[in-house]
Design a protein around this ligand. Structure first.
Ligand SMILES: Nc1ncnc2c1ncn2[C@@H]1O[C@H](COP(=O)(O)OP(=O)(O)OP(=O)(O)O)[C@@H](O)[C@H]1O
Ligand SMILES: [Mg+2]
Length: 382
């Protein structure tokens, strides 16, 4: 069975399978009739995303930002679940999969919302869906997707599996599998703290806080509003924050000093949270900083926390750490060597059990049996 990892974040939606990976802004807009379509500058599969799901059409990501009259993003978990999850997850799935796809999905939720929302998440994306992609050249491609099983986990755990396993789902990092690891996943809206001890998820010390990068973006947006009179949506600030410059109505603003101060302040608050939250977890062997927000904040946080921080891999996009781990876990759980042309075993009822039993954990010969045994907690999740 083909495995797909999906991470629907407040900032970016990410997905990855054997063949493809995709990342686009978690922004949805109405589809408008564009009179003149230019394919110039079209870069990849996540450019010009125009899809129809059910009876509604949407522009997604950058395309919505550029072309839609009404654009939406959210920093609210309930809204993400009710209005965004289905459209964003299925768009990402459609990009990664063939025209007809039968897949199992691994995904995650912020630690603090896992219990509340994992069942609903599973129900929203399970079963059969048609996703039509309207290409710039006028051609429509409809993908028929069947999502059989969905395995949910706390989001930061994806980053641990990413370090722990190879592409086939074999456990290759024995040290990590025998240690107590703290993970701090700094996202756009949330910062998730998770402890993983000998591959057991430790509920105590695992929490979600509203201290993602968007807090820093809000401060920068407020300052820009005071100076320019323009209210800038937070998802339009990524490039400006990265480069340190933004042009508003022809006038250039240098925000690099403000950004550096805001980031340093946010990092020191986060370091304080880490030290306080894990004060009793003095036996943590290592701390992993992950999520897109860690790219900028890690260098400020590292000197301020008591503990041994595992450095981030250079040259990789930290926003993808969780979703890569989801895919690896899917390989571990469901194996890789099953033929894809199995007879149609589409269940009559949608698989509503969000945590089906681990089918055969030891599909991979070289995996560490002790580590596999410890991972059985995922059977009982939720
Ligand atoms: N190349 C990049 N482009 C845009 N943002 C980047 C890039 N690299 C790192 N970032 C940072 O990544 C952050 C988003 O990280 P990430 O994708 O992990 O968040 P998310 O998962 O969408 O949010 P949440 O976990 O709160 O739901 C941005 O706020 C930005 O600071
Ligand atoms: Mg995230």
């Amino acid at each position: 069975m083909e495995v797909l990892g999906i991470d629907v974040g407040f900032g970016f939606t990410k997905a990855i399978n054997n063949k493809k990976s995709v990342i686009f802004k978690s922004v949805i807009g109405d589809s408008t009739d564009i009179q003149f379509k230019s394919t110039l500058g079209e870069k990849n599969s996540s450019s010009n995303l125009h899809v129809t799901i059910g009876d509604r059409s949407y522009f997604i990501g950058n395309f919505a930002e550029q072309q839609s009259n009404v654009r939406q993003y959210t920093l609210d978990q309930e809204k993400l679940m009710s209005d965004f999850l289905k459209v964003l997850a299925l768009t990402a799935t459609g990009i990664c999969c063939d025209d007809t796809a039968s897949i199992n999905v691994v995904s995650g939720l912020p630690v603090g919302y896992l219990k509340q929302d994992y069942k609903r998440f599973t129900e929203i994306i399970s079963g059969h869906h048609n996703v039509t992609f309207h290409r710039q050249d006028g051609e429509d491609i409809t993908k028929s997707i069947y999502i059989h099983k969905v395995q949910m986990m706390p989001q930061p755990v994806g980053s641990i599996f990413n370090l722990l396993m190879d592409e086939k789902g074999n456990i290759i990092n024995k040290d990590l599998s025998q240690q107590k690891i703290g993970v701090v996943d700094i996202g756009f809206r949330t910062t998730d703290f998770t402890i993983f001890d000998n591959l057991h998820y430790i509920e105590r010390g695992s929490v979600t806080m509203d201290t993602g990068i968007s807090k820093s973006f809000s401060i920068i947006a407020n300052k820009l509003r005071q100076e320019s009179g323009v209210t800038i949506e937070l998802y339009r600030l990524y490039k400006a924050v990265e480069t340190g410059y933004i042009k508003i109505k022809g006038k250039e603003f240098n925000i690099s000093n403000l950004r550096d101060r805001v980031y340093a302040h946010s990092a020191s608050a986060l370091a304080g949270d880490i030290n306080r939250l894990w004060a009793d977890e003095w036996d943590i062997d290592a701390i992993i900083l992950t999520g897109g927000g860690s790219v900028e904040l890690a260098k400020h946080i590292e000197p301020l926390i008591d503990g041994n921080v595992i450095p981030m891999e250079k040259g990789t996009d930290a926003r993808l750490n969780n979703v890569k781990g989801y895919m690896k876990f899917g390989k571990y759980k469901w194996g890789t060597d099953l033929p894809s042309d199995l007879p149609d075993m589409t269940p009559k009822d949608l698989p509503s059990d969000p945590a089906p039993p681990v089918q055969n954990g030891d599909t991979n010969g070289s995996a560490d049996p002790k580590a596999q045994k410890n991972l059985k907690w995922l059977k009982k999740q939720g």
